[in-house]
Design a protein around this ligand. Sequence first.
Ligand code: ZN
Length: 308
Amino acid sequence: MPFKLANVEGRAALVDGDSYYDLESLSAGKLGSDPMAALHDLPALSALSATLGSTTPTGALSDVELGPPTPLPPSCFAVGLNYRNHAEESKLDIPATPMVFTKYSSCLVGPTADIKVSSDYVDYEAELVAVIGKGGRNIAKEDAWDHIAGLCIGQDISDRGTQTLGFPPQFNMGKSFDTFGPMGPYLVSLDSLDHKEALVLECKINDEVRQKDNTGDLIFDIPALVAYLSELCTLRIGDVIWTGTPGGVGLPDSNYLKDGDVVTTTIEGLGTMTNRCVRIADHSNAQLLAPKFKEVLDAAEKRKEASA
Ligand code: ZN
């Protein structure tokens, strides 16, 4: 039985249509309120979802604010340059192995949270996010889907200046400012999706469609990522994998996020997230680093020209 697991103001809840059902109440206390703990009993989530039609909901989704479905993942993996068209627009080579970094869990926020922008170089990246439901080590590609609890939408918000801090650059901090990880609107179980390997993904800034692609175009798909990551480290229940973004980000044309911009991210079968950008006090470090970022891009272009 398909389920949708939400984080309603810090409490785990199942979703049906426009209603939510508090998990602790629904299970008569058998399951707790912690959204992370809920991932440890997926069969119970499926079984409880089957009963929703005959139960009174706790409330309407429109009356509450959702948090990130997995507010405190043990590990938060993210993959760069995982769509050919995004690698090309970034003027970077297509990686031979997954290019992995982390988003620190403190950046995770819900599907309607404001994105706090503190420089002129903050960018959007619509992404499919997979959540681990069964941990393990050395997971084979053909078994990988059995280790996924479900999928949701993510925005890998990135301060492009800070992203290139130091040499060699480390992406982690530039992608982990507070609010840089909107996730949601809820975790959707795989059996809810007719074709989980190929979902249409779209990102609009205000009314303009900037990214539109299909997750079937991932260079390293979810099974490949699970196999790769679990060869290096143990995957644990609740870990999240941000699978990368397609072409159309703001970077190539300096189309960065401004105060008041509304980022609308939709993935087929998973719903929509709507996050508004709010400019806060300048983060001087990010402003200082932005020109350096341009140098990095120019150098990459020169390198490409030289090798052509
Ligand atoms: Zn990304």
